[in-house]
Design a protein around this ligand. Structure first.
Ligand code: GLY
Length: 417
């Protein structure tokens, strides 16, 4: 007999692989990815010198990152620190350095990565700006990446502390990790977020290295609730979803960064594609692979002419709305992971063609190769449309996933996730 979750899963509409553009093989030479990687690295090298070991802002102003300037958030009169390790995006800069180090083996990157690890150790020890599910983004791409690349034991230990901290955000009755804020904040209590699917690998990793199943159990419960409640019957996704923290009852979907509560925020859908595939990788539960395909189909069926997504999938060509290139870079990485687990050749071809064609378009039309003054990699993202923050600007996660996509297309890459 089928369980309730399986019936719900089957009720979700799968639009299928309907975008004819992705039926044909790319007609360009794969050398283009190396060219794109080289262009990206020249920007990274400039930033390595420019940021001097500090962390940049989340998104650019006029296509240029500055240094994060912030005080210690627990301090009433904080002393401002240039290049501070605060916010949810600093790990993307360390991740960019790790990808660049892997490709170049240039020791100058390693030196800065190690300095960043010291900063991440300090951050988790003193719990600086850690009241968030984003701990996974921060620690997978810094401490876990460094541990995997160099065997840095202090980095491993900090990543385990980070995993323990993420577990403190787990709401047992609902089986979810709370997105933001204090666990008793009435406005944030019991809220899960689709982005958090990308933070679950920190917990899967913690279970692997400690042998303790509690990390994986929490991640798996959260992923199942995302499958059941964040995904709508038409294969689109909510940004966030509220639960009653006492009874565990599922309450309502809601958006903060999307166009409307019922629209499909492009970056959320992209987090879902990659995040569900990663949950498949660590649980081998086939429903998550299916879910990755289903979300990918919706995303790919709404690609505009140049294949780079608008910031909300309710919009397409002619809308006058901005693109969010970062959504496309995240989705491409999810697709390239997805195809590694597919046995059907038609599916493999379709999703590989999509990943390659979108990446080529990002390089041709959205990369900073045409803007010598920019210190970013991928232009034309949207951070927070409603607040007019980082609109039509580059952002650190867009840059990171663009470089991860190019890495995946040029070598056999061992995941940091
Ligand atoms: N995770 C926050 C964002 O995607 O903007």
């Amino acid at each position: 007999m089928k369980g309730m979750k399986d019936i719900l899963f089957e009720a979700i509409i799968n639009e299928g692989m309907r975008n004819e553009v992705f039926r044909s093989e790319p007609d360009f030479h794969p050398e283009v990815y190396r060219e794109a990687f080289a262009a990206a690295i020249s920007k990274v090298e400039g930033n390595l010198n420019g940021f001097k070991g500090g962390f940049p802002t989340s998104s650019t102003i006029g296509n240029v990152y500055a240094l994060n300037v912030h005080g210690d958030t627990r301090d009433a009169n904080p002393q401002k620190i240039q290049g501070a390790n605060v916010g949810w995006t600093t790990g993307f800069w360390t991740g960019i350095l790790c990808l660049t180090y892997e490709q170049t083996r240039d020791e100058q990157y390693l030196k800065t990565i190690e300095a960043h690890i010291d900063s991440f150790i300090d951050r988790i020890e003193r719990k600086i700006d850690c009241n968030t599910h984003d701990i996974g983004f921060l620690y997978s791409l810094s401490c876990i990446a460094a541990y995997k690349l160099t065997g840095n034991e202090a980095a491993k230990s900090a990543a385990l502390s980070a995993a323990n901290h993420l577990m403190s955000r787990y709401v047992e009755a609902a089986g979810i990790i709370q997105a933001w804020g204090d666990m008793n904040d009435p406005n944030q209590r019991g809220r899960m977020i689709i982005d958090c699917l990308m933070n679950l690998p920190l917990l899967y990793w913690a279970s692997e290295v400690t042998g303790e199943s509690s990390f994986k159990d929490a991640a798996y419960a959260h992923a199942q609730n995302a499958l059941k409640h964040i995904v709508r019957p038409d294969g689109t996704t909510y940004h966030t979803f509220f639960f009653d923290i006492d009874t565990g009852e599922a309450l309502r979907g809601n958006t903060l960064q999307g166009h409307s509560d019922e629209s499909c925020w492009a970056r959320g859908q992209a987090w879902g594609i990659y995040g569900f595939v990663l949950t498949y990788l660590y649980t081998q539960d086939a429903r998550f692979l299916e879910m990755g395909k289903l979300l990918a189909n919706y995303f790919l069926n709404r690609c505009p002419d140049d294949l780079v997504a608008y910031w909300d999938l309710d919009f397409t060509d002619g809308s006058g709305e901005p693109r969010d290139s970062s959504s496309s870079s995240i989705a491409v990485c999810g697709l390239l992971e997805l195809v590694k687990h597919l046995s059907d050749e038609e599916e493999q071809r379709y999703y590989t063609n999509a990943a390659k064609k979108i990446t080529k378009s990002m390089y041709d039309h959205y990369s900073s190769k045409k803007d010598a003054a920019s210190n970013a990699l991928l232009l034309h993202g949207v951070y927070f449309k409603k607040y007019n923050h980082g609109v039509d600007e580059a952002n650190l996660w867009g840059d990171y996933f663009y470089l991860e996509a190019l890495t995946r297309l040029t070598k056999d890459w061992q995941l940091y996730w």
